[in-house]
Design a protein around this ligand. Structure first.
Ligand SMILES: Nc1ncnc2c1ncn2[C@@H]1O[C@H](COP(=O)(O)OP(=O)(O)OP(=O)(O)O)[C@@H](O)[C@H]1O
Ligand SMILES: [Mg+2]
Length: 203
């Protein structure tokens, strides 16, 4: 069905260019693609960063895995194929939001290198910042903010990244944030400064 539509539909566009939107919003669109184990700090940093960006007058939005799985990806599970499909959908939403001029912060474990490369391809390389939140399984197990590691270690949940499913750490991420070694505010500042240098225009 999707393939068929692609053969006869043409893209359409209006009079507003990406430059018009960037000028109005005083920012270049970007997708900060957070990746890391459960408990590495994706949601914490995503919402703190959003708060700081909005406070500085920038338009942004968080796409959190825990939220999209209630609607957009409500039909998907946690097997390899379903995780890939979840990432594909979120990447397309991020791409659309970037086209609207927003800065997007995604918070998905996104454990597989190949799937993150797919997301980069969908979003567009110049807008995509792979941001690796590095924290060991031991640290994340100690934090266990949702009690999921306890359930995974006792076998109550399966296919849990870092325990019973793989995590492929990025080898050369755009940004490395070692959340076990610094405070939340220091981590937020690191990402904000990176964005500020490359994507946020002076007012
Ligand atoms: N520098 C830091 N950055 C982010 N979180 C930190 C940092 N230092 C400590 N933490 C703590 O680590 C925990 C991270 O939990 P959080 O829910 O953000 O993880 P997550 O990556 O979103 O997990 P999940 O994939 O299960 O949604 C929080 O309790 C947070 O306070
Ligand atoms: Mg989270």
């Amino acid at each position: 069905m999707g393939q068929q539509a692609q053969t006869y539909l043409r893209r359409v566009s209006g009079a507003i260019s990406n430059i018009d939107r960037a000028t109005m919003l005083r920012q270049q669109p970007a997708t900060i693609w957070l990746t890391g184990l459960s408990g590495s700090g994706k949601s914490t940093l995503a919402y703190e960063l959003e708060h700081r960006l909005i406070g500085a007058g920038h338009a942004c939005y968080v796409l959190d895995g825990d939220n999209v799985r209630h609607g957009l990806s409500g039909d998907l599970g946690f097997g390899t194929e379903d995780r890939r499909e979840n990432i594909r959908r979120v990447a397309h939403v991020a791409q659309l939001m970037n086209d609207a001029g927003l800065i997007v912060i995604t918070a998905l474990i996104s454990p597989m290198h190949e799937d993150r490369m797919m997301a980069r391809e969908i979003v567009g390389s110049e807008r995509f910042v792979e941001t690796y939140l590095s924290a060991s399984v031991e640290i994340c197990t100690q934090r266990d903010p949702k009690g999921l590691y306890a359930m995974a270690h006792s076998g109550k949940i399966s296919s849990f990244t870092g325990v019973s499913a793989p995590y492929e750490a990025p080898e050369s991420p755009g940004l490395l944030v070692e959340t076990a070694k610094e405070t939340v505010s220091a981590s937020v500042a690191r990402i904000y400064d990176y964005l500020h240098e490359r994507y946020l225009n002076p007012s």
